[in-house]
Design a protein around this ligand. Structure first.
Ligand code: ATP
Ligand code: MG
Length: 564
């Protein structure tokens, strides 16, 4: 449903899947899953994983399960579950009845743990956290075996049951896999399977006071769901032997293949959930759906389309090495999509009053203005014109420098879809010297946008009629970070924040056709950029627009340069 390219993508993961078809490893089945932890909102990095997992299922007529990887009670909430489901749907994917929760497997995971103890492959360890670290060794030195490693199976079964029953304090014991303390892969040095956590869980309440670790829970959840290809990010490459070890130790028939790919990193952006939580909790942004956030909820509110995001994910592809993608590519994909879809309208963000001296007072005209220059199918609307209009302050200069072609004293320009006007007078505030209004004359013969005598103008500017236009608030969003590589590590990210990431303009004027613009509608404000009505704060009586993206496309320039 999502692949908008006619040729399906191809990459090393799809190569592996096709190889498995040939070798019949999974009887021709493809079953993937998308397993977010509901401890935050989804971001654009998750979108890459969503597009990959659901995209593969669509392409190979398989299935992709939606699974909440909710094995840590701290920070997980139903609100996050709801937001995740909403965002995956919005991106254009569905899971039919295959919504699963790792927390639904707690009983079964517990039974698997007991089975590993019975098989002599797991033991309860009572070393302190410091001791455990010390026993673990490091990259150059092997670890040492815990003194609890050789306790009897009966003893371990008893202790583990009592851990579950809540007899011990947090940190008193953990359940560990009995693997190899000398393994060069630190992950395999008797990893923790269960720890005591006396925290209520948003779904299981206080039923449990021991919780499984990711490595143990994840492979088993995959196996329980009969997943074939468990796709995850590169950080888990060292964990793959452990993924396989648990499944082998339990001799499970369903043994998925873990495959790692490079996570998405974006310039000028942070995609670490921990950091995003901090931005929200410390109030640096207005919430998870702040239009500056790299979350899908933020991007949706900003006006990004799901098609643009999916197209972006297709374009960046899937690779095996980490890299940083230029955020300009994402913005380019958004522009490309909106350029086709967004109706053109006129809005004046910083109004300057223009009085057309020779236009009769009380007279009105309507211009029929197409919504899209290349797509007549989008229709048109009537835009009223009258004696007093607003233009953008940026389109007038009293003392224009050489390359400024817009309005200036004595100069003539074209009003978009309308007449030629010529500036004949400038009225300034006597106290401040600021230009308060300007006076123009119009040429009634230029209604078609051209002069009968063939004279040319250098510029066409947008405008709205003063009495007919509607007041609006416009929020100019820019990148949240001002450095290309805001460090995800380190104590403080506030130093990287762009102080100009939001500018609110409260006295904007927009053409009257926008009166009933539904929340979340997208437009191109001619010559200014792409905007959408805010899905929360905008209504007919109170129009609020978010800038989705400006018109200047730095990625297109990069592409052009690359061609030369
Ligand atoms: P973070 O590291 O930001 O906390 P996470 O990986 O812990 O993110 P999860 O909710 O566990 O977040 O992620 C769900 C899925 O999304 C995982 O399969 C993970 O690999 C994938 N994912 C998360 N971040 C990215 C990213 N930047 N690029 C690609 N995939 C990602
Ligand atoms: Mg995670």
């Amino acid at each position: 449903m999502s692949q908008n390219n006619s040729t399906p993508p191809s990459d090393f993961i799809r190569d592996i899947i096709e190889e498995h078809f040939r070798s019949n490893r999974f009887d021709g089945r493809v079953a993937t899953r998308f397993p977010p932890e509901p401890n935050g909102y989804l971001h654009i990095g998750h979108a890459k994983s969503v597009c990959l997992n659901f995209g593969i299922a669509v392409q190979y007529k398989g299935t992709c399960n939606m699974r909440m990887d909710d094995t840590d009670p701290v920070g997980e909430t139903q609100e996050f579950v709801d937001s995740i489901l909403r965002d995956v749907k919005w991106l254009g994917f569905g899971w039919e009845d295959r919504l699963y929760y790792a927390s639904d497997y707690y009983n079964q995971l517990y039974r698997y743990a007991v089975e590993l103890i019975r098989r002599g492959k797991a033991y309860v360890c009572s070393l302190s956290a410091d001791e455990t670290r010390e026993y673990r060794g490091n990259l150059t030195e092997p670890g040492r075996e815990s003194p609890y490693r050789n306790h009897s199976i009966e003893e371990n079964l008893d202790l583990f049951e009592r851990m579950r029953a809540g007899e011990f304090e947090e940190g008193a014991h953990v359940l560990r896999a009995r693997i190899d303390m000398a393994s060069p892969n630190m992950t395999m040095r008797d990893p923790v399977m269960y720890r005591i956590k006396k925290e209520p869980h948003y779904r299981t309440g206080s039923q449990w006071c021991i919780y499984p670790m990711y490595d143990f829970a994840h492979c088993l959840s995959d196996s329980i769901e009969n997943i074939t290809h468990s796709i995850c990010t590169l950080e888990f490459e060292n964990n793959r032997p452990l993924y396989d070890w648990y499944l082998d130790a339990l001799e499970l028939k369903s043994h998925p293949q873990q495959i790692e790919f490079a996570r998405l990193n974006l310039s000028f952006t942070i995609l670490s959930k921990r950091r995003l939580i901090e931005l929200v909790e410390k109030g640096y942004v207005g919430g998870w759906n702040d239009p500056r956030m790299p979350t899908l909820a933020g991007m949706r509110r900003r006006g990004y389309t799901p098609e643009a995001i999916r197209n972006f994910c297709d374009r960046i592809g899937v690779a095996k090495n980490d890299s940083i993608v230029d955020v300009a590519l994402l913005e380019h994909c958004v522009r490309e999509d909106l350029n086709e879809k967004a109706p053109r309208v006129m809005a004046v963000l910083r109004p300057l009053k223009v009085i057309i001296d020779n236009y009769p007072e009380g007279k009105e005209e309507e211009f029929d203005c197409p919504y899209h220059p290349q797509n007549a199918g989008m229709g048109s609307r009537k835009v009223p014109f009258s004696r007093v209009i607003y233009i953008d302050r940026e389109d007038f200069l009293e003392h224009p420098p050489k390359k400024f072609y817009r309005l200036a004293p004595g100069r003539e320009v074209r009003l978009r879809y309308g007449y030629f006007v010529k500036c004949v007078n400038v009225v300034k505030d006597p106290a401040t010297g600021e230009v308060r209004e300007i006076h123009c004359t119009y040429d009634p013969g230029t209604r078609s946008g051209f002069a009968p005598d063939g004279r040319k103008v250098e510029a066409t500017i947008h405008w709205v009629s003063a009495v007919h236009s509607l007041p609006a608030e416009v929020r100019l969003y820019d990148r949240l970070f001002q450095t290309a590589n805001p460090l995800e590590e380190g104590p403080d990210i506030t130093g990287f924040l762009n102080p100009k990431s939001l500018e609110v303009l409260r006295s904007c004027r927009v053409e009257p056709s926008l009166v009933n613009a539904a929340p979340g509608s997208r437009f191109q404000f001619e010559r200014v950029g792409y905007f959408c009505t805010d899905s929360i704060d905008s209504s007919g009586g109170n129009l609020v627009f978010n800038r989705t993206v400006s018109l200047r496309d730095s990625w297109a320039k990069i592409l052009e340069k690359a061609k030369k």
